[in-house]
Design a protein around this ligand. Sequence first.
Ligand SMILES: [Zn+2]
Ligand SMILES: [Zn+2]
Length: 324
Amino acid sequence: MSKLERRITLAAVIIPFIGFITAVYLLWGGAVDALDLGIFALMYLISGMGVTTGYHRLLTHRSFETKPWIRAAFAIAGSMSVQGAPIHWVADHRKHHDFSDEPGDPHSPHTHGRPGWRGVAAGWWHSHMGWLFSRDERASASRYARDLKNDPAIVWVDKLFGVWVLLGLAIPAALGYALSGGEPYAAFTAFIWGGLARIFLQHHATWSVNSICHMYGKSPFETGDQSRNNWAVALVALGEGWHHNHHAFPTSARHGLRRTQIDPSYVFIRMLDSVGLAWNVRRPTEDQMRAKLRVPPGDEQESADATDPADPVVAADERQVVLR
Ligand SMILES: [Zn+2]
Ligand SMILES: [Zn+2]
């Protein structure tokens, strides 16, 4: 991939985002106000945490444990992001870890090998949104999410997916109406921003984890795939942009493994932990992280000696990835 190709791809992602911010600035006081943005932020956090902490770190990877009603609440909140019902979301994501960037991965930018910038664009499109329109490589829930298919609360949430989507649109409208003192127009603009615009932006935040975080960023660990840490995606996806760390330690509740790697989803898990609503929160130790660091050229032998093959968390991670 040439420098020019990388820049074109990045521009295609960043320019529409800058356009959106500009639209908000231009519309200020007209079609959007502080109440709309407040409701937008609240809804973004609720449905966002539903996906990152609920669908992903809890239901897919079991990186912590919690009470059954909190599992169900996370699944409902995640449904409001309109990324699919929880059981199929989990199945596709487990298959992604199982085949990371190899044939069989439902959304890798690297499995549609075409040369030049056209290949880069096709890979980006497929991993970002294109895979959603294809049945190829999608996961079987019976094979990849049997545990959830046997969980009555999750099956109940899954069946009522459409209800939660409508609820995610109704809540911002109701909040806009109530907090404006009964203004129907405020209900409408809150519905647009806290409902539709929020879903649009959250879609792209999550999809960027699948596309950008397998293309651009740093990859300090030996993972055997093309996953990357990307701080910009981490910012909009509530910590999920530390995706390479996540591929290195899939069952870790913490994705931002360094102090500077901001990870709001892990902060939220820590908050639940501190009030007794989360336990068995998994994260790698410093030694385990050091053992998985990429070997600098020339140091292969030394590193092989230092790596403990019986590393319990790494071994558990490898088991955890294939949850059939
Ligand atoms: Zn990935
Ligand atoms: Zn994952």
